[in-house]
Design a protein around this ligand. Structure first.
Ligand code: HEM
Length: 117
């Protein structure tokens, strides 16, 4: 059971890497656009995060306040990606503030996961 949970944590981290990595690639190239890979990373983080939010394969209590905050942050990132991609399709450009918030909010969720015990 414990090894299975660790496996889900690993896939959760792949979701984080995919979302953040896809954003970094665009940011470094100064392309203010959202990509499908970002949404895939977010979806992987959401599904695996919800699985991890259930108390199985552990002997300690989960911090549900932290998990709720992470879920809210993820919903905000989802809204940014959703609005961003709709604008991109309609006008060909994403409002820069939407794009530039995605990376820091993703990092915020990783920081909450690691630093808030
Ligand atoms: C962009 C979104 C997210 C990012 C970047 C992220 C990042 C991370 C990282 C880096 C860890 C590993 C922490 C460690 O092992 O010390 C982690 C663990 C965890 N995350 Fe997320 N997360 C995200 C979304 C979510 C969501 C939406 C949920 C639940 C609703 C969630 C629930 C959890 C749980 C329960 C753990 C602990 C796993 C364990 O130790 O058993 N995460 N997250």
């Amino acid at each position: 059971m414990e090894i299975l949970r660790h496996l889900v944590v690993l896939i959760h981290l792949i979701g984080f890497a995919t979302l953040f990595g896809a954003w970094i690639v665009e940011a470094v190239a100064r392309r203010v656009q959202v990509t499908r890979l970002m949404s895939y990373g977010l979806l992987i983080s959401l599904v695996t995060g919800l699985i991890l939010a259930a108390p199985w394969g552990i002997e300690y209590d989960l911090n549900y306040t932290k998990i709720a905050v992470k879920l809210v942050v993820l919903v905000v990132i989802g809204a940014l990606l959703g609005i961003g991609s709709a604008r991109q399709k309609r006008t060909g450009a994403v409002p820069p503030i939407l794009f530039w918030l995605v990376g820091p909010l993703t990092l915020l969720n990783a920081a909450l996961a690691v630093l808030w015990r």
